[in-house]
Design a protein around this ligand. Structure first.
Ligand SMILES: [Fe+2]
Length: 242
């Protein structure tokens, strides 16, 4: 088991989005995370216009409650507050004014694009976020058609200063063979910076970094598993470059 993993994308706060519904769900998810070897989690409730618009102070309250639940699960399970931000025109202003919409108070921003967003529009937004002094992490790139069609686009984003996240479920094949093959290729080509669970519950979209770590070690070696699941996300929390 790979102990000390850091999950940087997880919908575990109770009752704020389509993730955990109740504190009991939250606690069950935290237990699964811990049993699989996760020791730090950046919780990332959705922020998406007309869909998930929970005020930041409500989120913060749910976060404090969740931290207490984590303490009950294990003394060395650390939680940080983050956000999965679905792009809007005013997001850079919001990011500047509210640390709670960023990742663990750092300059990193977990940025979600529509699956149909063109590469041009992604590049434009990434550039805007960078110009404001933040570091975008493109969430689950395997869902972005504008990126999945042409993996060399990922190199361009990385050269600009963006980071690339994929979901563990996609890596281990739960989202189909094509997606799995795509993830395998971009991991092999070192185009991925972070792999995270994007967990929403304990069943269909459950914490799964344990299975993912096993898969990565087997296919790419222990060093790759460690880099993507411990080293890089640790740098994120420290606000260092990955
Ligand atoms: Fe998510």
């Amino acid at each position: 088991m790979l102990t000390g993993m850091v999950d940087v994308h997880c919908h575990i706060l109770p009752g704020v989005d389509d993730g955990a519904r109740t504190p009991a769900d939250t606690k069950a998810m935290l237990e699964m995370q811990y049993e699989q070897g996760v020791r730090r989690i950046i919780v990332t409730p959705h922020l998406r216009r007309d869909m998930f618009e929970t005020p930041a102070d409500v989120i913060e309250e749910a976060f404090l409650k969740t931290k207490e639940l984590a303490r009950q699960v294990a003394g060395d399970l650390m939680l940080y507050l983050g956000c999965e931000y679905h792009v809007t025109s005013e997001m850079t202003e919001v990011l500047r004014n509210d640390w709670r919409r960023r990742m663990a108070g750092t300059k990193y921003v977990l940025t979600e694009f529509s699956g149909s967003a063109s590469f041009e529009s992604i590049r434009k937004k990434v550039n805007e976020i960078l110009q404001y002094g933040f570091r975008p992490i493109v969430a689950h790139v395997e869902r972005c058609m504008g990126l999945a069609e042409k993996p060399e686009n990922l190199d361009e984003l990385a050269e600009m200063g963006a980071y690339v996240q994929v979901n563990a479920s996609s890596v281990i094949g739960e989202d189909g063979r094509t997606v799995k093959a795509f993830c395998k290729r971009i991991i092999k080509d070192q185009q991925v910076h972070l792999i995270a669970s994007d967990a929403h519950d304990c069943k269909r979209r459950a914490p799964n970094l344990g299975a993912c770590a096993q898969y990565l070690s087997k296919k790419f070696g222990d060093a790759v598993a460690e880099k993507l699941l411990i080293t890089n996300p640790t740098k994120l929390i420290s606000n260092d470059y990955m």
